[in-house]
Design a protein around this ligand. Structure first.
Ligand code: ADP
Ligand code: ADP
Length: 226
């Protein structure tokens, strides 16, 4: 777990698009921040800068006591969950969950224990031998979350993780993410354009508009002062 400090961050894309301008957010250890705002307001760009998938044009981002601007994405100790799952199609659920830990040379007993814990939390125990194509959309999204959880990262970054699911499944997965959040208390940044998702999950909401922070506060503060 770690705090995240986003300090006067800006992004100008080649060609001159100012995607993010002067954004500062202090995220406490264990806090769940939701980024909301209309399409094109800069949510994804901001998240990707924290992840190290996009260079930062100005300002700085720290995770814990490390300034990460110059840290390789692989060394940032964050895990991302995407809407398109990014699972390995030819591997079983178990192998999808275990892959990253195996690559890092974790001992077999530790891998088994972490995979079992994640599978239990996400109700994936009956499916560990299946390939992703034999899973439902919701189950696939649980495997994607499981891959993030087994890493025990300092922070989770969610990029519209539920937007490919049908409405009913979105509601139930929203509840599951809320439960995981209560259990794990991992510092999180969650991007969505779904207001209910934002209100349900956020400790604090950050409303972006044209690349700048328009409002920041608890869901009650934000939605009672529109
Ligand atoms: P959101 O996630 O809120 O929809 P984005 O961060 O994707 O917003 O985009 C913010 C702005 O930056 C938009 O105007 C978008 O067109 C622009 N943008 C995003 N990615 C690129 C890119 N790779 N090159 C140039 N402009 C981009
Ligand atoms: P896996 O792709 O299964 O996680 P690795 O952990 O070996 O396997 O991935 C290589 C590097 O890519 C890791 O060191 C890690 O920092 C980064 N990485 C892997 N998965 C994620 C993720 N979900 N979010 C962010 N970074 C990741």
């Amino acid at each position: 777990m770690a705090s995240i400090e986003i300090d006067k961050v800006g992004k100008v894309y080649a060609g001159g698009v100012h995607a993010v301008t002067d954004v500062s957010i202090s995220i406490a250890d264990g806090e769940f921040i939701v980024l909301v705002g209309p399409s094109g307001c800069g949510k994804s760009t901001l998240l990707r800068m924290v992840a190290g998938l996009e260079t930062i044009s100005s300002g700085s981002v720290s995770i814990g006591d490390r300034i990460v601007n110059r840290v390789e994405p692989a060394d940032r100790d964050i895990a991302m969950v995407f809407q398109n799952y990014a699972l390995y199609p030819h591997m079983s659920v178990y192998d999808n969950l275990a892959y990253g830990l195996k690559n890092r040379g974790a001992p077999k007993a530790e891998i088994d224990a972490r995979v079992a814990e994640a599978a239990r939390m996400l109700q994936l125990e009956p499916y560990l031998d299946r390939k992703p194509k034999a899973l439902s959309g919701g189950q696939r999204q649980r495997v994607a979350m499981g891959r993030a959880i087994v890493r025990k990262p300092a922070a989770f970054l969610f990029d519209e993780p539920l937007s490919n699911l049908d409405a009913k499944l979105r509601v139930s997965m929203r509840g599951e993410i809320k439960q995981l959040q209560r259990r794990l208390r991992t510092t999180s940044i969650y991007v969505t354009h779904d207001q209910l998702e934002a209100m349900t999950l956020a400790d604090r909401l950050v409303v972006l508009n044209a690349g700048r922070i328009e409002q920041i506060g608890t869901p009650l503060e934000v939605y009672h002062n529109p």
